[in-house]
Design a binder for this molecule. Structure first.
Ligand SMILES: [Fe+2]
Length: 388
């Protein structure tokens, strides 16, 4: 089978690597950056860590800091107007998944005629064109967005999280510096860490998995499995943070080349309608959705359990699969993941939106990559199972 494998042209990885950002841009002949970030990065002064190396390289970076969690089409359009009002040759996405995804979407939208809605680019459209290159610097471990050909943007009018895929969303380069995650709150570390684990696991069991994505996914799971609890419990555990940061990027490379599956397909509508953080809504669904597909790809799930470290190399597939289910439930307990009900989502609203959420989940295409492809009714049953 022919595989198409994509990755950023350059990735600088390691503690302190952010100091190389200016040199990295220069290497590509880029010198006029617009840094895309969020308000907290500016008010906390954290954005200076990104601006200093750019200034040291003789550049005068400008900052667009109006990005929002679950980035919206309206913010992306506003960002494009800022972009087009200046003379920029590169976007630097600095922050968690939201600023990085906003920067990618701005590049895609800016390449289209004025007034084109962001929804034009949602899958199955091939969003291969970007008006200018994007360089990503993640500050969480993480969405892996620094290494993927995807961005997820909310259509405000329809309350829909749109998956946008193509080379226009693939960063030119990334700087992956785990020193940036030291001050990330424990809750965010847990949510983003489970997101990374979900990326690796879904890429591994995806119908579109291939030898290259497997390599990334297996290594990511070996890094994330033993370190996820550690970063949640101890912010000073630098070795664990380093492992999680690399694991998140490798998981991004895995799913960028194999796609995510049913967890992400069902997670996006929860984010769109109830504004649950992305990693957290993944975690809410992960045990139920894994149980749904387990026996349809048992050898894969079993090997994932061995990579994560919750099953021994000699465990038979059935036992390893059972251990994976137990591990996912234990992770949710230990990382204090609430059910949607415990999160405060009312049963009436949840149940009322089930048909719309199921329809949006299926329309994203992600469920088609799952080892067991659900019907609309089965998706609604899984939402119900995860609720309380
Ligand atoms: Fe994700």
């Amino acid at each position: 089978m022919i595989q198409s494998i994509v990755a950023p042209r350059q990735m600088i990885i390691g503690g302190g690597s952010l100091s190389r950002l200016g040199e990295l841009l220069k290497q590509f002949g880029l010198s006029r950056p617009l840094v895309v970030t969020d308000p907290w990065m500016v008010s906390s002064g954290t954005v200076e860590k990104c601006l200093e190396p750019l200034r040291a390289a003789g550049m005068t970076p400008m900052v667009f800091h109006e990005t929002v969690p679950d980035p919206t089409d309206t913010v992306v359009a506003y960002g494009v107007s800022v972009l087009q009002s200046g003379d920029f040759d590169v976007l630097v996405g600095f922050g968690g998944g939201s600023p990085m995804d906003t920067a990618k979407a701005m590049a895609i939208l800016a390449a289209a005629p004025s007034g084109t809605p962001m929804s034009t680019f949602k899958v199955p459209f091939a969003a291969d064109k970007g008006a200018l290159p994007v360089v990503c610097v993640p500050t969480t471990a993480g969405t892996g967005s620094e290494a993927t050909r995807f961005t997820v943007i909310t259509d405000v009018a329809r309350d829909e999280k749109m998956l946008i895929a193509g080379l226009g969303a693939l960063p030119l380069a990334a700087v992956v510096d785990h020193e940036l995650t030291r001050t990330v709150p424990a809750r965010t570390k847990a949510d983003t860490g489970i997101d990374s684990l979900t990326h690796a696991l879904e890429a591994y069991v995806s119908k579109r998995a291939n030898p290259v994505s497997d390599m990334y996914a297996e290594r990511a799971m070996r890094l994330i499995g033993p370190h996820l609890r550690r970063v949640y419990k101890d912010p000073e555990d630098a070795a664990a943070r380093e492992a999680m940061m690399l694991g998140a990027t490798l998981a991004g490379l895995a799913f960028s080349n194999a796609s995510v599956a049913l967890v992400h397909g069902m997670s996006r509508p929860i984010g769109a309608h109830f504004h649950v953080p992305h990693g957290l809504s993944n975690a809410m669904l992960l045990p139920a959705v894994t149980g749904f597909g387990l026996n349809h790809a048992l050898p894969r799930y079993a090997e994932a359990a061995r990579c994560v470290g919750c099953a021994a190399s000699g465990d038979a597939d059935q036992l390893a699969g059972a251990k994976l289910m137990e591990e996912l439930r234990a992770l949710n307990r230990e990382l204090e993941v609430p059910t949607p009900a415990a999160y405060g989502i009312g049963a009436d609203k949840w149940n009322g939106l089930l048909p719309v959420m199921a329809e949006q989940a299926l329309a994203s295409g992600s469920p088609d990559n799952n080892p067991r492809v659900p019907t609309t009714d089965e998706i609604m049953t899984l939402y119900s199972e995860a609720y309380a």
